[in-house]
Design a protein around this ligand. Structure first.
Ligand code: ATP
Ligand code: MG
Length: 377
């Protein structure tokens, strides 16, 4: 097992000071799977003030001290170091934040969501795997730690995490865990929309297709009126295009309403609306239609919409003509040239529009002399 240099050193220093310390969570899972972890988390018996004192020569950021978490920056690598803890009183909405610090790593692992995420490792002890996480990783299985229903009722975000991991890791969901998704999914309505949105984005970044039907009930709950798209998501879609695909059975206003309800950023909202609108455009069958389509939506949106419509001829026409003149800034004539002919104010824009249409329709060549001559006619 190879931990990062920074994680190894932080664990070593904690152990030398007689604390227990382990790499935990996603990084351990990723290493077992042979994936490169994005970041290492360390769990320790030390309290945050003890951690801060021990790493006083390094930058220590109090990222979540209430929850026992600080971030230690070691040669530019941030390591989250968290005191062993259990999360108390989930069912008491007045104290959702309360945590209890505990003495041992196994108790800390028991609070974690899935067996694959509940494995600890350090060089001294090797793996600590009380819930059979390593076997589940080998069998590509997502299984709740303990009673799945209890765990989803404690924190319904785990429902989104479950299908997100299934999609991203390509794991199957163990039966009891899967049944509990269904029986608990309505609790997702209590979860913060921002967190659901970020899980949805991760879900869509993976191999999500089959879960749209099998777990569509989750999305139908979150987005009333939502339906799974009929066709498969084409290969080569980026994040924005996948989001548009996900909402492609909804009309533009409904999709925007769903995204607004998730507090999605404006770029995503605008981008998805543009793609869905472009998808409603009549089919492109000629160079001229491709240029008008490009002129209305711009290349990025036009390309994404064509991709989602899975129409190769259309996509080829758009690619073939993307370098041509379909926008005002590509006209070989500027506002000054037009004004020099005596046009002013709104007339300038109208002249440009006429010129652009004439160029797209093939009535005039896109060079200054021809455009000036066309205007003078
Ligand atoms: P990623 O690869 O996306 O970072 P991760 O498993 O590391 O996945 P994090 O959100 O970084 O996920 O959380 C780190 C660890 O904290 C998890 O592996 C899991 O052990 C625990 N954890 C995170 N969120 C929850 C939760 N909602 N309920 C229980 N345990 C959780
Ligand atoms: Mg992580």
């Amino acid at each position: 097992m190879i931990l990062s240099q920074a994680a190894t050193e932080i664990i070593k220093r904690l152990e030398e000071a007689s604390f227990e310390a382990f790499a935990v969570g996603g990084a351990v899972r990723d290493v077992i799977m042979g994936r490169v972890p994005n970041d290492f988390d360390v769990a320790t018996s030390a309290r945050t003030d003890e951690i801060k004192a021990l790493f006083s020569n390094l930058l220590v950021i109090p990222t979540g001290e209430k929850h026992g978490t600080v971030t230690v920056l070691r040669s530019g690598e941030p390591i989250e170091v968290t005191t062993f803890r259990v999360d108390g009183l989930y069912n008491d909405s007045r104290h959702p934040e309360k945590v209890v610090f505990v003495g041992d790593v196994e108790t800390d692992l028991a609070r974690r969501d899935f067996t694959m995420n509940a494995i600890a490792y350090n060089d001294r002890c090797g793996f600590v795997d009380p819930f059979g996480g390593i076997d589940d990783i080998k069998a590509k299985t997502i299984r709740s730690v303990g009673d799945a229903e209890v765990r989803f009722r404690e924190d319904a975000l785990r429902i989104m995490r479950c299908i997100r991991f299934a999609s991203v890791l390509g794991f199957r969901i163990e039966k009891e865990t899967d049944d509990a998704l269904k029986s608990c999914h309505e609790l997702l309505l209590d979860i913060s929309k921002e967190r659901i949105f970020s899980e949805l984005k991760l879900f869509l970044s993976g191999d999500f297709q089959r879960y749209l039907k099998s777990h569509g009930y989750i999305f139908e709950l979150l987005f009333p009126g939502w339906n799974a798209p009929d066709e498969a998501c084409p290969d080569g879609c980026d994040a924005l295009t996948r989001m548009a695909y996900f909402f492609s059975k909804a009309d533009v206003e409904a999709a925007d309403g769903y995204l607004r309800s998730l507090k999605a950023d404006n770029a995503t909202r605008r981008g998805v609306a543009m793609i869905l609108r472009a998808m409603k455009h009549p089919r492109i069958t000629s160079k001229r239609e491709a240029l008008y389509f490009l002129s209305e939506y711009g290349y990025d949106t036009a390309f994404r919409a064509a991709l989602l419509r899975a129409d190769e001829e259309e996509a080829m026409l758009i690619e073939e003509h993307r370098g041509e003149c379909y926008s005002y800034d590509r006209l070989a004539i500027g506002g000054k040239d037009i004004m020099a002919l005596g046009y002013s104010g709104i007339e300038v824009r109208e002249a440009k529009k006429r010129l652009l249409h004439a160029v797209i329709d093939g009535e005039v060549e896109n060079n200054l002399a021809s455009l000036l001559e066309f205007l003078a006619r």
